[in-house]
Design a protein around this ligand. Structure first.
Ligand code: 4AD
Ligand code: MG
Length: 431
């Protein structure tokens, strides 16, 4: 291949001849001048063809270009404020690497099913690129945040024998005659790593056989789960607000171009500062009832309840200490009100709802055993987890933040399926 220059680096090459390799997004011709917009994965650049200065074969090749054909274009870099990206290539040579067949995605509105069927191609579209770029930045920022604070990253298994959250949403698979589950969470394993490293986190794909077709549910999603020894529920909420604020700041700092492509009103994000408001579950139920809801104490909050609670706030809102029956078995009983557990959900503003679920963990062996029995979970699968309460038990807390929901909120887009490269939904396993 000819040595090519990346479009993102064109500013270092003004006045020089470079070769770009990439995909043709669009072409047009006006008499003796023609253009091709080339995307190379690092940016887009306009290339301009002047008929009278070109080998006639090059002019012919331009005329035959189809959308998404791959090319190597050679020419001089010029500043051109009117061109996308601010630079233009005055072409001397064009080599066609592959002539694309007629591209199914045209610059017009397509239905979402069509786009999802063509996800392998839809990825190339500018808003999809922008969204996934923000996701990549948020992922990197996640690692940076925890690394800078002295956390050790623990990679937790995807095939597991113990149910991590709830029995209702498991993907099961045969494991040499036994049953394995795809991990709903890495939490139980990061808890085990705490006595070794004190502050740990995992970050990977998690799986839930959710039979819900909402804008907030995927069957495979990525979750970051920190776990901290000798931290209580209050410390846990402080870590969550610091983390979320950091992610928003990183997006504002490093993804301004992408947020603009996604038409995000960034003034909303600029207001995200700690501390975040907090309301107990019990007070939240009272507030919802005042607003006319028929919710009763004990029921989990649904998406409409979350929207109603957050509409009075610009900041994300913590709802803490939910009733025991609405939450997972591992949460610590609240000593001040044993009907509830020491936990929190963080609800994003603007109608996005829960992006984090967190809790202080039950560190008392007997109470944890009771909860496992109450939830009808098989105790033998939790032998090792119960050991953590036998050998140097310790107060500890952690949380899980869903990456796709967080990125959907930060970018202000409706559906989380756009923020994972290949979404897995109840009715979608391909591509
Ligand atoms: O509240 P969840 O179920 O909490 C846990 O899994 C804990 N084990 C976390 C922990 O304490 N270590 O899930 C945490 C977050 C949710 O707040 C949400 O952002 C995301 O994971 N999430 C989903 N995202 C997309 N699709 C789904 N089906 C999701 N289910 C949960
Ligand atoms: Mg939750």
């Amino acid at each position: 291949m000819p040595r090519s220059t990346e479009i993102r680096q064109l500013n270092d090459h003004v006045g020089e001849e470079v070769t770009l390799t990439g995909w043709v997004e669009a072409t047009r011709a006006h008499g003796k001048v023609a253009f091709a917009v080339v995307r190379d994965g690092t940016g887009i650049a306009q290339t301009v063809f002047f008929k009278k200065e070109l080998d006639p074969e090059v002019w012919e090749r331009h005329a035959a270009l189809t959308q998404e054909s791959t090319v190597a274009v050679t020419g001089e870099v010029r500043e051109e404020p009117r061109a996308p990206g601010g630079y233009e290539i005055a072409v001397r040579d064009l080599q066609v690497i592959h002539t694309s067949a007629e591209y199914p995605i045209q610059p017009k509105e397509h239905g979402v099913d069509f786009l999802l069927d063509h996800r392998h191609l839809w990825l190339r579209s500018s808003q999809q690129r922008a969204g996934l770029k923000v996701r990549a930045e948020i992922s990197q920022a996640t690692h940076d945040f925890f690394y800078d604070r002295g956390f050790t990253r623990i990679d937790t298994p995807i095939l597991t024998g113990a149910i991590g959250e709830h029995a209702g949403t498991l993907f099961e698979t045969d494991y040499f005659g036994d049953t394995a589950y795809l991990a709903q969470t890495g939490q139980l394993y990061v808890e085990a790593a705490c006595p070794a490293f004190r502050k740990v986190y995992c970050f990977g794909p998690t799986f839930r056989a959710e039979k819900s077709k909402t804008r907030r549910h995927l069957t495979e999603f990525w979750m970051v789960e920190p776990e901290v020894a000798f931290a209580d529920s209050d410390d846990n909420m402080r870590l969550q607000e610091d983390f979320v604020t950091y992610l928003v700041e990183r997006a504002l700092e490093r993804c301004s171009t992408e947020l603009e492509i996604l038409e995000r009103d960034t003034s909303v994000l600029e207001r995200i500062k700690t501390p975040f408001p907090r309301i107990s579950y019990t007070d939240a139920v009272a507030r919802l009832q005042e607003k006319g809801s028929d919710i009763e104490w004990g029921r989990d909050l649904g998406a409409p309840d979350e929207v109603s609670l957050t509409e009075d706030h610009d900041l994300p809102l913590f709802v803490y200490n939910y009733p025991k029956q609405a939450k997972a078995f591992y949460m610590k009983e609240n000593p001040d009100d044993p009907r509830t557990v020491l936990c929190d959900d963080l609800l994003a503003p603007e109608g996005y709802g829960e992006i984090i679920g967190g809790s202080q963990r039950e560190d008392d062996l007997d109470r944890l055993r009771e909860r496992i029995a109450e939830e009808k979970l098989p105790e033998e699968a939790y032998d090792w987890y119960l050991d953590l309460r036998k050998y140097g038990s310790f107060p500890h807390s952690g949380f899980g933040l869903g990456i796709e929901r967080t990125v959907a909120w930060i970018t202000g887009r409706h559906h989380i399926r756009e923020f994972i490269p290949f979404p897995r939904l109840m009715n979608r396993l391909n591509p």
